[in-house]
Ligand binder design. Sequence first.
Ligand code: GLC
Length: 796
Amino acid sequence: MFGEIRGYNRQANKIIIEFERRNASIEIVTPSIINFFASIASERRVSKAVENLRVDPGAVSVDRVDGKIVVKTEKLKIAVSDEFFVDIYDAAGNLLCADYRGSAEPFVRRGSGEGLDVAAEEGHKLELEKNRLKVRVLKKMDEELFFYGLGDKTGHLNKKGYHYKMWNTDNPDPHVESFEAMYKSIPFFITLKKKQAFGLFFDNTFESVFDLGKENSNYYSFGAVDGNLNYYFIYGPAVKEVVNGYTYLTGTTPLPQLWTLGYQQCRWSYTPEERLHEIAAAFREKDIPCDVLYLDIDYMDGYRVFTWDKKKFPDPKKTLKELKDQGYKVVTIIDPGVKKDRGYPIYDQGLKNRYFATEKDGVPYVNRVWPGDSLYPDFPNGEVRKWWAANQKIMTDTGVAGIWNDMNEPASFNGPLPDDVAFNNDGVPADHREMHNVYGHYMSKATYEGIKQATGKRPFVITRACYAGTQKYSTVWTGDNQSLWEHLRMSLPMLMNLGLSGVTFCGTDVGGFGFDCTAELLSRWVQVGAFTPLFRNHSSIFTRDQEPWAFDKETEAINRKYIKLRYKLLPYLYDIMHEEESNGLPVIRLLLLHYQNDDKTYEINDEFLCGENILVAPIVEQGDKARMVYLPEGDAWIDYWTKQTFEGGQYTIKEAPLDICPIYIKAGSIVPLYPVQNYVGENPVKQLTLDIYLPEKGKIGSYVHYQDDGESFDYRKGAYNLYAFDVQADEPAKRIRIKGEKKHAGYGKGYTSFKFILNNVEPSAIIAGETSVSFEVSGNRTVFSVQEPGDIIVRL
Ligand code: GLC
């Protein structure tokens, strides 16, 4: 395809390599992030995922050695040979990633045409792999490699040996491991070999495929049906650094409003308004905290977006105000499909201004979704996004607090959108093949910007379809799962891989969307949900009720217990979201993110870290009342329930009756807690609690806590407080030192007192500054309060 190298020419951080048949380029973004590019389909190069690329290449050298072009950065050496074969080494000369020199040799699917016909007749879906790829890169496989990422794909954490497709897909069948495509297209994966990890991000919006050693165990590959060769190599060596690099390119999730981390209740059928009020009242009556209630498609007038069914909601503004007074934020669904209906303003405006995607002859394209015949706004067009953004005000002025974007793969009931449906794409015509995977991305962007303009607050958007970078605008859920144990189990690797793919703020429909939930399944699912950034119970119309009280008193009590635990942990989750805004690290983390040296963590599918300090090992099998837990090596772990300490690097058996989710806190953790409230903002939080788990001998436990107004963008102008805490057990002197300091004081409504919980400590005296402090011991906890963080000595 490229031929022999003819020469090269360097332009600042970019090296253009001239080959016999076409040029290619290497761009040094940072010493660890390298872009490889060759125009195959078009010279134009606009990324949908990477906005405002910050280039910071450091020192770069380029040489011609033995017929190769050798580029060196401060972290990597890249050797380019004829045919644009690329080999990448670390600074010490270890080979990290090599292009595969052979040609693709997929395994053979045996069977005759006759057999195929018979199998198809019985209903087997057999698809013969056609070689439709115009762009493809093959990399040499190594036996010891592990693969992660790729967004919301089903199956297990490690993707080695599997094949996936990036083509946003709404398939209502129960999600299973054999689904190659899901709702989201995040063409990014991480490869790990012992201490060395790197990521490959293939920035191509066309249908793309990722084969991680399935078709042939000698190579792994990625490619697309069209578009350019355009990928980034993102070096670690730590997986953490790869995630950091990927989000450096595609963006991090901005800090959300605090209430969005509260409990959210949804169901397709919370209409008419009396039903919504009933749900709202039940939470308060039953003493189960809840911040958010959702309205699904049935609140609209004939499924016309930006309208209300006036029979069900005669005065929506009044209804939403009444709910707001009880602390509820209402989120409404807005789908992309605009009903074809003269006299309906959104349709009329869209038609008049040519805001809809068209057939190739320019006639607006029509397919069917909920409202019947509908048109698809041309979201890749900036003008259309402005219009859509302005429409958000219709909802926010009524009192809507956030918008839920669904069906934006885009879904269609009347067969798939034809390839040649035309989009304006900011002045550059593009067809559906190129725009499909970014349709939901641009819809979320428009929604985000509209809510921001209308309210000035941090927007809350939730979307089903995504492309790389959607995390800048929206939180996501994993679509229509079902009330199946299999789906609870699978949600863990899905959420962990989503997190590695830049999507920090994610969740599943707790309890399952389709099919009928059981008491036991809901009890176990809420235990996972309590640690999931988006904590939303959602179910489909006509399924059995699955609100926290929908079963029996025991299930209700378990829901209450874990939802309350969630409210205690709000400052901890908010701190993770705040840090994530600069480092891109997700809330739900696979164990190896912090324990890459411990290869026993590489394929743990059923445990996760919530931030760095809390390990959750939920029960995901019906009937299980105990499970094996692996505690990673390098830290000691404290059982949250019994306070028993365990050395890391071991498997232990934890008994877990229905109301117990195995939770372990890393030794040395300082976990910030809030008092439980019915909803965020019910009462001002004046006291911060710090739940302290002593570090092991010789170690220091540290933690930085962040506080702001929880809703505005003022924090970006410095209106926040930062509190830093250290704890150290000083063995010979038999004392514990706790140091607290306000590192940044920019938010006026700071805490007026600090409560400390010391686990597994029995003090003889506690002295803060010069003053002795009274304390209470109950069981294995010692509790005391001080007004200022300061220096505290705990004598044993
Ligand atoms: C889709 C969504 C689901 C929603 C339903 C009705 O199936 O994924 O969450 O409830 O549409 O709007």
